[in-house]
Design a protein around this ligand. Sequence first.
Ligand SMILES: C[S@@+](CC[C@H](N)C(=O)[O-])C[C@H]1O[C@@H](n2cnc3c(N)ncnc32)[C@H](O)[C@@H]1O
Length: 228
Amino acid sequence: MLNSQSMPNSDHPPRPIVVEHRNRADARQFSPSAARNRGPILEVLARILPKKGIVLEIGSGTGEHAVCFAKALPGLDWLPSDPNAASRASIKAWIATEGLANVRAPISIDVRDEVWGVAAPFDAVLSLNMVHIVPWEAALGLLAGAGRLLRPDGVLFFYGPFMLSGIHTAPSNAAFDADLKRRHPRWGVRDVDDLAGRAAPHGLELREVVKMPAHNLSLVFVKTAWAS
Ligand SMILES: C[S@@+](CC[C@H](N)C(=O)[O-])C[C@H]1O[C@@H](n2cnc3c(N)ncnc32)[C@H](O)[C@@H]1O
């Protein structure tokens, strides 16, 4: 069974993310875009994440990224999260299927909340393909939360489509942005400068912008000081 969710994903602009449930006995969901982008994202994560520590993933979706990265980076403990109950069920099912000891049970985090109910500090916070499909206030909530919860030198990592100095990196991203805004006036492809400017008061410094396949970017922020 194919279920087309209302969550657009940059790896397939401008169509919505397609989550394939298939006729299975468990709750695992399958995202074609996650299958495509997890390899290139893992290459960056393997280089920039510490060898040991705990990673909080925001908006984990199906859970395929969490199990893939946790399997490849066994020194890290993974804490997936998603406010969507079906996504959390999928993440749980993926963890059970893969039998991984270093992925914790998923929790519900809505980045708009001022308290996320998790024990800090984290060595890294990850957000993949998310900040364009939430209102800007939610992106700001994510920056504030990362500022609160990351240890000094901890990493905040974004992956997805972004604008650079107000310019789309490809015509397909401009079309995707227009499609997002048609769906929801407060969604849209974010500008790296805007994110970096709003991250700075939380002690988060943009250290690296990595070009990724399909006109996406990885953004690496580092926590330089405890949030003011
Ligand atoms: C396009 S999906 C991306 C899923 C996954 N990270 C990926 O790359 O395949 C966006 C995810 O963000 C989650 N999300 C939406 N609003 C959120 C919020 N306010 N706080 C945290 N997560 C949110 C959704 O439930 C969804 O799983």
